[in-house]
Design a protein around this ligand. Structure first.
Ligand code: F0G
Length: 462
């Protein structure tokens, strides 16, 4: 018998506790999604079988993290867990000053208010919903300077999150460096499909921005995933640890916002990290207004402890190998079945190209919203729309933004589901694909003012 060449990845952990799930019938699901206005955000979690809405706050904590919760020092001021977190941030990311926040958007709010003046321009490598909104609320205007490949679901560019330096130069020339307080760089780029930024690109960006006195603020929410892709794909990094690459990424930047709910394997938490003492003082002042004292920022002491431990676990090579390995496994099942997905396969999930999946629907009929609802009906899988509904409306003209990418995100929580779950998901997507021609569009019947994708309601078109 021929010997097997292949060596599989597997999880570097075993399961100590399980959470039982309710199984539903198709009839129950058809009713539930209709009641939810065909918006997966409005479903009850107990009606969901495999929850791929987000990788945010949905990770399984380790036994060490759970033990950390018991070490919570719930003092109002100067909790010892704050100092543990501060040490972890210095050790793994290298930033000087730390302000905890309840989650990522808390940090985005503080950063935007401290850095942005009315009329400022904030270039970035593709927008993220909450990040852009905070920039706009502070009086700024976001300008996308990501490379064109990022908007093309078929481009195989290994670093589709890269900043197009020529686009950035044009923005600087047009508006002047004094109007640009910072460029916001996300690693990996969520809305592009979890696509990484290369170290080379960051290095060149640092050189360009230094010349003009423009700061670089990192959205480091999924930095360990980005570091893993650098290790796998960028020349000169194959022997480097994820941890050391993470630290290198941070070294090219002036500060960062962080949602600990992703990479850092916790259910709640985030922070703002800065290297500038003056801005740190301003931010420490402001955090008291919105989040809480600067040594807890809306978190319990135990939350900060769990996040510090999670940061350490997140940068371990074997953890990242299994994490991305699972996402790749699902992506490969789908590509084998000819399902149109964003390639290369990204870090935190699989992004189905809804325009290609449902080519008979116009973007105004919300194809990604439709597909997410169909997946729920089929097998109780909850995905998220990342297309025209998420993009919202232009604040000045009131028109929809029409993003090139109209995607359904199958986001994989960390350390939660098994390979068998991945098979169930792949089979369900295929079954919806087989009957795609019969699928009808949606009309929006309720639209909230801010971040409409969370609460909008729809009805099926006849
Ligand atoms: N930046 C990125 C790249 C994100 O993906 C998120 C959250 C945030 C900032 C905001 O962080 O949720 O802790 O306030 N993304 C979640 C998601 C909601 O499902 O992608 P937060």
């Amino acid at each position: 018998m021929a010997r097997l060449e292949k060596r599989s990845w597997a999880e570097p952990f075993k399961i100590k506790m399980v959470e039982l799930l309710k199984m539903t019938t198709k009839e129950q699901r058809i009713k539930a999604i209709k009641e939810a206005g065909y918006n997966t955000f409005l479903l009850k979690s107990e009606d969901v079988y495999i929850d791929l809405l987000t990788d945010s706050g949905t990770s399984a904590m380790s036994d060490r993290q759970w033990a950390g919760l018991m070490q919570g020092d719930e003092a109002y001021a100067g909790s010892k867990n704050f100092y543990t977190l501060e040490r972890a941030v210095k050790k793994y990311y290298g930033y000087k000053y730390l302000i905890p926040t309840h989650q990522g958007r808390g940090a985005e709010n503080i950063l935007s208010q401290v850095m942005i003046k009315k009329g400022d321009i904030i270039p970035g490598n593709m927008y993220f919903t909450t990040t852009r909104l905070h920039q706009e609320l502070a009086g700024g205007t976001f300008i996308d300077v990501i490379i064109d490949e990022a908007h093309d679901s078929e481009s195989l560019h290994p670093f589709k999150g890269n900043i197009d330096l020529d686009k950035l130069k044009a923005v600087i020339k047009k508006h002047g460096p004094h109007r640009i307080p910072y460029i916001c760089v996300a690693v990996t780029v969520n809305m592009a499909g979890g696509q990484p930024v290369s170290m080379q690109n960051l290095k060149e960006l640092r050189a360009l921005t230094s010349k003009h006195g423009i700061k670089i603020m990192l959205d480091m929410t999924r930095i360990a995933e980005n570091a893993f892709f650098i290790q796998q794909r960028e020349k000169g990094f194959s022997r480097r640890s994820v941890a050391s690459i993470v630290k290198d990424i941070c070294s090219y930047t002036d500060g960062a916002t962080f949602s600990g709910k992703k990479d850092a394997l916790v259910n709640i938490g985030g922070f703002l990290a800065l290297n500038d003492a003056e801005k740190f003082e301003e931010a420490s002042n402001l955090v008291v207004v919105y989040e809480g004292l600067h040594t807890y920022g809306g978190l319990a002491g135990r939350d900060m402890e769990a996040m510090a431990i999670g940061i350490e676990e997140s940068v371990q090579d074997e953890h990242m190998k299994a994490r991305i390995g699972q996402v790749l496994y699902l992506g490969e099942q789908l590509t084998k079945a000819d399902i149109p997905i964003v390639l290369p396969i990204g870090g935190h999930g699989i992004f189905i190209d809804a325009k290609k999946f449902l080519p008979h629907l116009t973007q105004d009929q919300f194809p990604a919203q439709v597909l997410a609802a169909e997946l729920y009906e089929d097998a109780g899988i909850r995905a998220m729309e990342r297309g025209i509904v998420s993009a919202g409306r232009n604040a000045k003209t009131g028109n929809h933004y029409y993003p090139k990418l109209e995607l359904v995100r199958l986001t994989i929580p960390r350390r939660v589901y098994t390979q068998a779950h991945m098979d169930v998901i792949a089979e369900s997507v295929q079954s919806v694909y087989d009957r795609r021609n019969k699928i009808k569009g949606l009309a929006m019947i309720y639209e909230p003012k801010y971040l409409r994708f969370f609460q909008a309601r729809f009805k099926k078109l006849a």
